[in-house]
Design a protein around this ligand. Structure first.
Ligand code: MOS
Length: 750
């Protein structure tokens, strides 16, 4: 098949995944591996007063028992990722007798078998001096920390709101949620000649390498992080999780490889999660629907350890042409593990709130919800007054509404039913996601065996990077897809960005493009060089297509012929790419493994992907059960490199959005301050039976600003508008406005 950009090529890694040939972190084997198991704290806050490891050490096959008494020396400092480091949390377990949250690692056992390790981990006896703790942000003893400055301030929103003839002013809440990738966290660490190799699922091998080097006092070249396949990540595998450091420590002490696979229940507390949020949204409008005031006060749950949240009011503030905007961001520290990135970390909760409020405003105005949004479409970024690199939201609404059949909607609450009397609701909401870009490097080669090899350390977290990055190179070099080989997810490769923040295609893709363009120059130079098939001709008259170098007169010679005429029989090129607005120092910082993003708002442009999302819900008039019958999403994300993988990604986000709206909640056991539903029987996610038809439309865009290939963010936008679209549809069906998720039967019983 033609390997070029825009072709719906089947995933390059599909067969390897389907046949089991793809090796995930836990699949790597080493001779002499020992196995680890964890002991987790049963209290949420306090101090360990006694540890008895005698019974654990007596279990046959146990090699090592680590507690905080053993691990307080010798590790270098490495900070939390949101403070410029690489750790998920600034607290490393087993470095102190303090307990900060329930489910904290308080013991680690390594044994010859998994069974012995697990038995011994259960045999560690601990006593605690427990203190009062809270895992919910609405507990009365929790202190709200509000930033002194408004996050966004344009005009005078409070005065404009007070003067507006039509107003909505409401609070919306979302609960804590957990990622639940199919692939569990797993780490294998091994040491050879003082060098560390770590296999763990990762979205950022370069960053993890740099962080582990700092912790263990090694040169970066003496740390090797391997993660060729990732079984779902969604942000949970971006930073170094504490257990990886513990496993590497254990492996060094024992002088043999150590492997840990984290069980599902422990996934709730040894990694990160999506924190609970509370949002006050106030909107003011003229009677004709002109929006004049917006206030967004967002409060996010953080841990006591790291005061961090993901409020995203800078994103909601950019949706509509509003002259007066004020946003404010607060955190509430709770006794939980540090929350982290979870798909559209800021946007998914804040757009549930914001786009629900926009729907409430449409109801208050007696206006069609799409017409209200289109009336307030901004020509420039409402905050900085900068032009958009591209913004096709209006076209998304046009295409999405047509595909959904929005014109069949009758506005009255409960006015639509199925033939058998089930209430039907139609809802819509806007989605967006910032198109930030990161520095990236890539290496591209035409090998002597005729293959085109593409290498960068970026990751395919299940989203299609193996496929699309190959297409970017094949497009430039005119090579068929069968000849393309892509290597990703290994820290020995040229530095890719953190595969987070939806930056991979645009950033790593730009580096691959740049390297491929350089390689094309070399191919053409070789073709016209002495001994080459076009010797003596001008390279400007030649092009690459269909695996051949083609002259203006139609004469064609295969790439193999050209390569054979070169001294090495092969050609290659490397490139380091940075977004235009990034300086060289920040680029180098990024390529070494620091977080170096540019945008989405630069000095010249605001760059976002946009989407219009629609839901049809069916509500049983008596039982009040809610079913999602249909979802439609129309998205404009710049150039789509591969419509098949993009569609899968966007549809996956929409399915997750339905899950967010109706199912997902990590419940808090308040007296014990811990997550209560710590398994997939208690934590519900959408299955196929929970979602009806899922339709994805892609609106083509030519974005010449964002990068050379024109690719904006695809990764996370699919989830963003779905929860509000569903909540708005539930309102349309029932007249009940539910301002929290998940929306459940009880909310509709009235
Ligand atoms: Mo995404 S939450 O940046 O992996």
């Amino acid at each position: 098949m033609d390997g070029s950009i825009g072709e719906p090529i089947v995933r390059r890694d599909a067969a390897a995944k389907a046949t089991g040939a793809a090796r995930y972190a836990a699949d790597f084997g080493h001779g002499g591996t020992a196995y680890a198991a964890l002991t987790l704290s049963t209290v949420a806050r306090g101090r360990i007063t006694r540890i008895d490891t005698a019974a654990a050490e007596a279990v046959p096959g146990v090699q090592l028992v680590l507690t905080h008494r053993d691990l307080n020396q010798g590790l270098g400092e490495e900070s939390f990722a949101m403070k410029g480091g690489h750790m998920q949390s600034s607290f490393l377990p087993l470095t102190s007798d303090e307990v900060h949250y329930a489910g904290q690692i308080v013991g680690l056992v390594v044994a010859d078998t998994v069974e012995a390790a697990e038995q011994a981990a259960r045999a560690i006896n601990l006593d605690y001096a427990a203190q009062h703790a809270s895992a919910a942000m609405d507990d009365p003893d929790r202190v709200v920390e509000t930033a002194k400055e408004s996050a966004v301030k344009v005009g005078d929103a409070d005065a404009a709101l007070a003067a507006a003839p039509v107003r909505v002013d409401q609070e919306y809440e979302t609960p804590a949620q957990h990622h639940h990738p199919m692939e569990l966290y797993a780490t294998t660490a091994s040491w050879n000649d003082g060098k560390l190799t770590v296999e763990c699922p990762s979205q950022w091998v370069i960053g993890q390498r740099q962080g582990l080097a700092a912790i263990f006092g090694l040169a970066v070249d003496d740390v090797h992080v391997v993660s060729p396949y990732v079984g779902g990540a969604f942000g949970s595998k971006a930073t170094i999780l504490g257990h990886t450091v513990l496993i590497a420590t254990a492996a060094r002490r024992l002088g043999r490889p150590v492997k840990l696979v984290v069980p599902r229940d422990a996934m709730f507390t040894v990694g990160s999660f999506r924190p609970a949020t509370r949002n006050r949204i106030a909107l003011g409008a003229e009677r004709d629907g002109t929006m004049v005031a917006m206030i967004h006060e967002a409060t996010g749950q953080s841990s006591e350890i790291d005061h961090v949240a993901f409020p995203g009011t800078d994103v909601t503030a950019r949706m509509y042409d509003i002259a007066n905007i004020r946003t404010q961001e607060s955190t509430v520290a709770t006794d939980v593990n540090t929350p982290g990135f979870q798909r559209a970390p800021a946007e998914a909760p804040s757009f549930f709130a914001f786009e629900s409020a926009v729907d409430e405003l449409a109801v208050a105005l007696g206006m069609d919800p799409i017409a209200l949004r289109l009336k307030n479409e901004p020509a420039v970024d409402p905050v900085k007054k900068l032009p958009w690199s591209s913004r096709s939201l209006v076209e998304c609404y046009r295409r999405g509404a047509e595909r959904f059949g929005w014109e069949k909607r009758t506005p009255g609450v409960g006015s639509m039913t199925t033939a058998d009397g089930v209430l039907v609701g139609y809802g819509c909401a806007t989605a967006t996601y910032p198109s930030a870009m990161a520095a990236a490097a890539a290496h591209v080669a035409l090998a002597a065996d005729g293959t085109l090899r593409v290498r960068t350390s970026a990751h395919d977290v299940g989203t299609g990077a193996y496929t699309v990055l190959g297409q970017v190179a094949a497009d430039v070099l005119g090579v068929a897809d069968e000849r393309v080989r892509v290597e990703l997810g290994d820290s020995i490769l040229p530095s890719g960005p953190m595969s987070g923040g939806s930056v991979t295609t645009g950033s790593a893709g730009s580096a691959v493009h740049m390297a491929a363009v350089a390689l094309r120059e070399k191919v053409l130079a070789a073709a016209v060089a002495e001994g080459g098939p076009f010797a003596g001709r001008e390279p400007s008259g030649l092009q690459l297509a269909g695996g051949h170098v083609v002259g203006a007169d139609g004469a064609a010679h295969s790439l193999d012929e050209v390569l054979k005429a070169t001294p090495a029989g092969s050609l290659d090129a490397a490139a380091e790419w940075k977004p235009e607005s990034m300086d060289a120092a920040k680029m180098q910082y990024g390529l070494l493994g620091g977080i170096a993003f540019a945008g989405p708002v630069t000095k010249t442009h605001a760059s976002y992907s946009f989407g219009a999302q629609f839901a049809e819900v069916h509500v049983d008039p008596l039982l009040r059960t809610i079913r999602v019958a249909r979802m439609v999403g129309a998205f404009a994300c710049g150039k789509i490199i591969n419509p098949r993988t993009a569609r899968s990604n966007l549809a996956g986000g929409m399915v997750w959005g339905a899950s967010f709206a109706l199912l997902e909640e990590t419940k808090v056991d308040r007296p014990r301050a811990r997550f209560a539903n710590q398994d997939l029987a208690g934590y519900h996610i959408s299955t196929s039976a929970d979602v009806g038809e899922v339709v994805v439309e892609m609106v083509d865009e030519e974005d010449r600003v964002v990068n050379a290939i024109g690719a904006k963010a695809v990764g996370e936008i699919g989830i963003v508008g779905m929860p509000a679209a569903i909540a708005n549809a539930v309102y349309h069906a029932t007249g009940v406005r539910v301002r929290h998720t998940p929306i459940v039967v009880e909310d509709l019983l009235g």
